[in-house]
Design a protein around this ligand. Structure first.
Ligand code: PLP
Length: 434
């Protein structure tokens, strides 16, 4: 269970006709959101420690983002993909200026999965190879190649392993693995040996796609230097290195991108989620010169609704806010404070569940283990999530309820941070093992 599935009143859930995996009945019918809070139709507020699933990094309804969108709405809401607009031009220039050196062009997208599809297509066009390698517990989107590059078996999305024959998974090394037996994560060197064997034995690999910190799979932080070694290995074997920053980008980890944070120079970087400031869907893949040229040699299949003038206005305003308010640096400092405070509370109150609290910047995971079975404490995680929500704190979990995920807006005030930790403490006390 995660709160990416619809929650609402019993009546609303009954009427909900959108297809989803599961529904949760909670007396809360979402109506509006400002800053760090979401509100229901009766005015009840919940402190949002999800940023709307990593989207409202600059806070819900940031006045400057809203202003930029409403100004643009009066000029042009849409432009066909073949018409250049000033705002798209400005956005591509800003995105490239914020990226590590070597990025040459932006491939437009409306969201994360589309950004992934664009980069994967470019990689195949350039190399003529069709196999992709990615991490277990990774998520790259819900469409064709993106979902196959994701840990689709853990998602229970497709039954046949043959479906993913060209999408090979390798384990993610664990800096602080949870204690449950099915959670043992191999160390960085073991993983690199596995990857090198794969690269040597399989000549059809076009690219390795990596989330720099695994997000919705449970906030897994790589050991120091691991991604740099992985990138070097890719280079050595002529395999493209694609960094999926859909959840980690736009300041979430404490820098604009994880690429600059870890000193990486990937061949492509994917952005979405936080890019539109929670106002408008938008995403992109930044591509190096060779990948850009490969795309140019073939037909343009960029999506009709990608990078509309309104979406570009929102993204530009959002980037200005991130910079003017120093939100990336703030995320680093606040993230350290939140991690330490959460660890203190959880290690004390939930000690019986062998908690592992880990994270980077404003993305923190709390993984809990059942002391008897020594397996992930899924029921407890689900109960905690609902109890936190009832007490006024909205969090989410990884898709199989092993880990509670905290991803507050980067605009969080010190008072809101304290309030969130206080609710975590209050709720954890109730579940304390005697
Ligand atoms: N990549 C990562 C790392 C994600 O976390 C997600 C969504 O959660 C995606 C890609 C897919 O993005 P979207 O849902 O916008 O298609």
């Amino acid at each position: 269970m995660t709160f990416s599935q619809p929650i609402g009143s019993r009546e609303m859930i009954r009427r909900y006709k959108t297809l989803n995996l599961a529904e949760v009945t909670v007396p809360f019918v979402f109506e509006r959101a400002y800053g760090s809070y979401v509100y229901d139709t009766t005015g009840t507020a919940k402190l949002d420690f999800t940023s709307g699933y990593g989207v409202a990094n600059t806070g819900w309804m940031h006045p400057q983002v809203v202003q930029a969108v409403s100004d643009q709405l009066r000029k042009a809401t849409y432009a066909p993909p073949w018409l250049a607009t000033e705002s798209a031009l400005a956005l591509s220039e800003v995105m490239l200026s914020l990226a590590p050196p070597g990025m040459a062009a932006c491939l437009r997208a409306t969201g994360g999965a589309e950004a992934a599809e664009g980069a994967f297509r470019a990689a195949q066009l350039l190399t003529g190879k069709r196999t992709m390698v990615s991490f277990e517990r990774a998520y790259h989107g819900g469409t064709g190649k993106a979902v196959r590059a994701s840990d689709f078996e853990a998602f229970q999305l497709m039954g046949s392993p043959a479906y993913g024959r060209r999408f090979i998974k390798v384990p993610f090394p664990g800096a602080s693995p949870g204690p449950s037996p099915d959670r043992r994560l191999p160390d960085a060197s073991e993983v690199l040996v596995t990857i090198e064997e794969l690269f040597t034995s399989n000549r059809d690999i076009s690219a390795f796609v990596a989330e720099p910190v695994i997000g919705s799979g449970g906030v897994l932080v790589p050991p120091d230097g691991f991604l740099n070694r992985l990138q070097a290995l890719c280079r050595q074997h002529g395999i493209l290195f694609i960094l999926d920053e859909v959840i980690t980008g736009f300041g979430r980890l404490g820098e604009f991108s994880a690429a600059s944070m870890f000193g990486l120079s990937p061949d492509a970087i994917l952005f979405a989620k936080g890019m539109g400031g929670g106002a408008i869907p938008i995403g992109c893949s930044l591509l190096n010169e060779a990948l850009s040229q490969a795309v140019r040699r073939f037909g343009d299949v960029s999506p009709t609704f990608a990078w509309t003038p309104v979406a570009c206005a929102a993204a530009l305003a959002n980037i200005r806010v991130l910079q003017a308010e120093g939100l990336c640096e703030k995320a680093r400092v606040d993230g350290d404070t939140l991690l330490a405070a959460t660890r203190q509370v959880v290690d004390h109150q939930l000690a019986g569940y062998m908690p592992v609290v880990r994270g980077k910047g404003m993305m923190i995971g709390i993984e809990l283990t059942d002391p008897e079975s020594r397996r992930p404490a899924r029921r407890l995680v689900q109960k905690l999530l609902l109890a936190l929500f009832h007490e006024g704190l909205m969090c989410c979990t990884d898709w199989d309820s092993r880990t509670i995920i905290l991803m507050p807006p980067l605009t969080l005030t010190p008072h809101e941070l304290e309030e969130g930790v206080h609710i975590i403490e209050k709720v954890s006390k109730r579940f304390r093992l005697q």
